[in-house]
Ligand binder design. Structure first.
Ligand code: ADP
Ligand code: MG
Length: 692
């Protein structure tokens, strides 16, 4: 234990009450406080003269408060005006809300530092909601911060003042600076020209030259990324060493017959990815591979090839899908791809109790069945395989780590995870950094890009006219709505109301049906089947059609309340069309008010069809935390690194980490002693979250 692990409440001036407040900021021990970085700095020396301020520019001014004027406006709204003077001119600072705390700390005659964007208001220079700092709050000349020219500004929560935070940081340094240990070996510090940890921390909190700070912060972001990559590299190496998998040989029986009977040519990307998979399955280790490809890129056929490779070696293969609809579709699709190979036994396994299920389970156990396609039902305890060689998991992110582990069981089958949610490279490198990755980055030829149009709800008649033309040409249409039924709470168009309107007023001449998640599976399947068969022309639906449904004749996807959907979801929905040879359209209907984030999403959808570009944007807008439950993935939360901003750094950290682990997995070389210590303290326990 290092002294830096001491609980924060024991620091001078903290105690139980403040400790709780600090916990909210993620500060639990002394070390956390030392790593709590300022978000900016006040520089008293580089403040501007009021007479030199320029409208529209960012400024920082130090002045004396000459007047405070609080006004009550109409409807209970208040406004606070504070004039400050630098001895020559005046600057007006205005607050419209949340200024109660201010009233308590400012008074005429005090010196104030203010910073913000300069505006002009009836000929006066004005800052609205500026950052502020009362400078002579204390006449305590013993106070370290009293006459500092540069002051750090920390992100705060209620009830902790800036002054208290600065004092705590100072106290922590004064008492514990000797306990700050280096966490990166010399050879890494030298390689990247990083400052030693202690110096970097000092510069960040007590800088007199804020322009230099980014250079010192850099190493903390690197450190987080680097140690995470060490963890992934260690997991992967251990896996390669200890888990022996099956060594399949390309016998060219079922696989070759599949290839010869395909009604199309594989794309270059599909061929390349199949080669990668075959190589992996040929090797002695267990395959752990993520197969990424945008919707419609043809992952199914690649997967089937891998399944058949196991089957032609005398093993069984399983494909797990997140919904019954999808499992059934895979089942039918795979059966038709294999219709010229009747000797292959293919079965569907669904959840619940139904006729014939017991027989299927027995045939799985006896080894009679070669390929099983199913839902979660596949991982129930009562399912036993005679000789399972490979498992493919579709839409893998919908399954938890645990479920994946259960399917892998004790027999170490090869694992292929499929993902149609294109994962930005940087995220894949962290969340799936222990897997190998194959990417199908090409769509089959002849696909026309989907034209995406974002319209305001007022323009719906225009959209309906365009949809009518498609219907008259024999095409089919999806209309998606976020809610099933009317809600008292939110004023949104719901699928039931919309369906009534579509079927009776807008398009009574075309057959439409309603599909939603509250329906029984059998009913949903029938509705879906009628749509696939072309009997139904318009499918009004909630997002249940999101995954994997394949109806090539559907050329229109209209999404109501598109402003309420996330980017990845919009992209998935759009992927339901554009699967045939006809040009397809995606209409995004936005209802006011639309947030600026919402607008950004909609215009991104209009601008690109590229799933990877969309995923990058999604990550940028939402942040890595939410992207898809990174919390359950076992990844640490990054305090300093940002995998969108720091992609270059991540790549370097990864290369270095994998090199080190390749040579010295247990950090036993003398130069890696520091790594050993830090890793054991902070990272080792996480490794178990990655076992499979
Ligand atoms: P996804 O990657 O979204 O799962 P699918 O495997 O369902 O995509 O493929 C989408 C459609 O494209 C299917 O109808 C499939 O048969 C077809 N397809 C796959 N590969 C090719 C190809 N190389 N050329 C033409 N069509 C293809
Ligand atoms: Mg698919």
């Amino acid at each position: 234990m290092s002294k830096l692990d001491n609980e924060i409440k024991y620091l001078k001036g903290v105690g139980d009450f403040r400790a709780k407040l600090l916990n909210k900021l993620g500060i639990y021990c002394i070390g956390d406080l030392l790593e709590y970085f300022p978000r900016g700095y006040i520089n008293r020396k580089s403040s501007h003269k009021i007479s030199e301020l320029e409208v529209g520019k960012h400024c920082a001014v130090v002045g004396k408060i000459s007047a405070i004027d609080k006004r009550v406006l109409s409807r209970g709204k208040n406004q606070l005006n504070v004039y400050i003077s630098d001895g020559e001119d005046y600057l007006l600072c205005t607050w419209f809300r949340n200024f109660k705390y201010l009233e308590n700390i400012i008074s005429e005659g005090k010196n104030l530092w203010v910073s913000g964007i300069v505006k002009e208001f009836y000929g006066e220079l004005q800052l609205v909601h500026p950052e502020i700092e009362v400078l002579d709050e204390t006449s305590d000349t013993e106070d370290f911060w009293h006459n500092r020219s540069v002051l750090p500004i920390y992100p705060l929560t209620d009830k902790i003042t800036m002054k208290q935070m600065r004092t705590m940081i100072y106290n922590a340094f004064a008492k514990y600076h000797d306990a700050i240990e280096e966490t990166l070996p010399d050879y890494i510090l030298e390689k990247y020209n990083f400052a030693p940890r202690k110096i970097a921390l000092q510069k960040i909190h007590f800088s007199i030259n804020p322009d230099d700070v980014p250079k010192y912060k850099f190493r903390f972001a690197f450190e987080e990324l680097f140690y995470t990559q060490l963890m992934l590299a260690r997991v992967k190496k251990k896996h390669q060493q200890t888990k022996s998998g099956f060594q399949f040989q390309l016998k060219r029986t079922y696989t070759t017959r599949l290839k010869e009977s395909l009604p199309f040519q594989m794309t270059k990307a599909q061929k390349r990815v199949i080669k990668e998979i075959v190589q992996d399955m040929n090797s002695t280790g267990q395959m752990n591979r993520l197969l990424q490809g945008d919707v419609g890129s043809g992952k199914t056929i690649v997967t089937l090839f891998a399944l058949l490779l196991a089957v032609e070696n005398g093993f069984q293969a399983a494909l797990m899908a997140p919904t019954e609809l999808l499992a059934e579709q895979h089942f039918l699709g795979i059966k038709s791809f294999l219709s010229n190979q009747p000797e292959l036994k293919i079965a569907l396994l669904k959840g619940g109790v139904y006729k014939g299920k017991k027989a299927v389970k027995e045939q799985i156990k006896s080894g009679e069945i070669d390929i099983v396609i199913g839902t979660h039902a596949l991982i129930q305890k009562d399912i036993e395989f005679a000789k399972l060689g490979i498992v493919a998991i579709d839409e893998q992110h919908r399954f938890g780590v645990e479920q994946r582990a259960r399917l892998a069981g004790n027999s170490h089958p090869d694992l292929l995870y499929l993902s149609a949610t294109p994962i930005p490279r940087s995220l894949a490198m962290t969340v799936y950094g222990d897997l190998d990755v194959s990417v199908i980055d090409e769509l089959p030829p002849g696909r026309k890009p989907i034209q995406t149009i974002w319209k305001s709800s007022k323009k719906k008649p225009e959209i309906y006219a365009a949809i009518q033309r498609q219907l008259e040409a024999g095409r089919q249409v999806y209309i998606v709505c976020p809610l099933i039924e009317e809600s008292e709470k939110i004023d949104l168009l719901d699928a039931e109301t919309l369906y009534k309107k579509i079927s009776t007023e807008i398009f009574p001449q075309f057959k439409s049906e309603l599909l939603h998640g509250k329906m029984k599976t059998a009913e949903k399947d029938k509705i879906m089947q009628r749509f696939k068969d072309g009997d139904t022309k318009i499918l009004v639906s909630t997002t249940v059609i999101e995954v994997g449904i394949d109806v090539p004749n559907a050329t229109v996807m209209m999404i109501e309340h598109a402003e309420r959907f996330g980017l990845s979801q919009l992209h998935q929905l759009r992927g339901r069309v554009g699967r045939g040879s006809e040009k397809s359209y995606c209409y995004l209907i936005g209802y006011q008010p639309i947030s600026s984030e919402g607008r950004e999403r909609l215009s991104t959808m209009q601008a690109t069809n590229d799933g990877f570009a969309i995923a990058e944007k999604d990550l940028e807008i939402r942040g890595p935390g939410d992207f898809f439950g990174t919390a359950q993935s076992g990844m640490p939360n990054f305090k300093h690194a940002n995998i969108v901003r720091d992609q270059g750094l991540l790549k370097q950290a990864r290369i270095l980490a994998f090199e080190i682990v390749q040579k010295d997995r247990d950090f036993s070389l003398p130069e890696n002693k520091i790594l050993y210590k830090r890793y054991a303290q902070q990272y080792k326990w996480r490794e178990k979250l990655f076992e499979y």
